[in-house]
Unconditional design. Structure first.
Length: 328
């Protein structure tokens, strides 16, 4: 039996936590032969609800679940962590943009970044889900002195999955044949789901779907507004699909990317594609199962370039808005 991987999850008693924990404990995230320790972090008022979630995990009798530690202490919660999944934060309500949450949620990520640096394993990888996730990740990364920037990620995989599903439906194909779909920029209403480089069964999407007006219009806005549409329909933000996005993101970073393909995740920019260094921006990534790299040479036509620039400009504005939470 392999040694267990330790996974810390904040907001473990929330909606996404509820959908995510069984996926991790059953082996969907790290595979069917990988035991896991779960360190479940909540705020004090939610500890009662977390106790109920732990009871349910116990009642699943998962063969791969080695240990569960429920806690509202950050040091205990991140101790020895190999993966820190930062979900805990307030979701937006109908009528809000995700950036409206910065003032409420941003400060959560200073203490969590510090606690990760002080307590987690040195190779810990952190995935931020709590919104606005790119800039919350920026805050956590900059407060986690000593942990390399390339170990921080923010989630745009849910957007990638949404975009693939929309393209597949339009083309009348299964979503599994849609590849090379990159979400660029911010997990926000400015994100750019790049149809110009995406492929269906190996062919350019633009050669398969002749309706350019739909691609430039309805397709992009549907993906950009999907989170809001779900909030309107459910009265609560996406949870099962968000948890699935977390599982997909971690699997994509821990297994080799299929030949010729890429995946979307927001990472600390090294200046690729003219994105300012240090911003947490989504771009095309390949993994070898251990480390990752930005895919270079993806062509951006004039339309795409303007969309990427707009989303990146928003990230710069968000960075400016939280500069007090970033140590100089
Ligand atoms: P929720 O309200 O159901 O659960 C959030 C949980 O976080 C609660 O249990 C709360 O007690 C806990 N929490 C709050 N502050 C905390 C802190 N400081 N430390 C630890 N736990 C804390 O919300 P949810 O539906 O699970 O969504 C969580 C976040 O994920 C929201 O910000 C939401 O907008 C975001 N989200 C992101 C994506 C994405 O694609 N990046 C997708 C869906 C949701
Ligand atoms: C989503 O994309 O579903 C989440 O970011 C929740 C939201 O506020 O849209």
């Amino acid at each position: 039996m392999k040694a267990p991987i330790t996974v810390s999850i904040t907001g473990a008693a929330g909606q996404i936590g509820y959908a995510l924990l069984t996926r991790i404990a059953s082996g969907s995230m790290f595979g069917p032969d990988q035991p896991v320790n779960l360190r479940l972090i909540e705020i004090e008022p939610a500890m009662g609800a977390l106790e109920g979630t732990v009871m349910e995990l116990d009642d699943c009798a998962f063969p791969l679940l080695n240990e569960i530690v429920p806690t509202c202490d950050l040091a205990e919660g991140f101790r020895g962590s190999d993966w820190a999944l930062l979900v805990g934060s307030v979701p937006r309500k109908a009528g809000m943009e995700r950036a409206d949450l910065l003032g409420i949620n941003g400060k959560i990520f200073t203490g969590q970044g510090q606690a990760i640096a002080a307590n987690a394993a040195s190779g810990v990888r952190t995935l931020v889900v709590g919104n606005p996730c790119n800039t919350n990740c920026l805050i956590a990364m900059n407060n986690a002195g000593g942990i390399p920037n390339d170990q921080f990620f923010a989630m745009t995989r849910l957007d990638e999955n949404r975009a693939k599903s929309q393209l597949a439906a339009k083309a009348g194909v299964h979503n599994s044949v849609v590849t090379n779909l990159c979400i660029w920029g911010n997990h926000s209403a400015t994100q750019y789901p790049d149809f110009t480089n995406a492929r269906i069964d190996g062919k350019l999407v633009t050669d398969v779907i002749g309706d350019r007006a739909w691609l430039e219009g309805e397709f992009i806005s549907t993906v950009q507004q999907r989170g809001a549409a779900i909030i309107k329909a459910r009265g609560q933000s996406s949870a099962a699909s968000a948890a699935n996005g977390v599982v997909d993101t971690v699997r994509s970073l821990t297994t080799p990317t299929p030949e010729g393909d890429w995946t979307s995740v927001a990472v600390c920019s090294d200046g690729s594609y003219g994105i300012p260094v240090g911003l947490i921006a989504s771009m095309p990534i390949r993994s070898n199962g251990t480390s990752w790299e930005v895919v270079q040479g993806v062509g951006l036509d004039e339309f795409s370039r303007a969309k990427v620039d707009a989303s990146v400009a928003e990230l710069s504005e968000e960075r400016e808005a939280v500069k007090d939470l970033i140590p100089s």
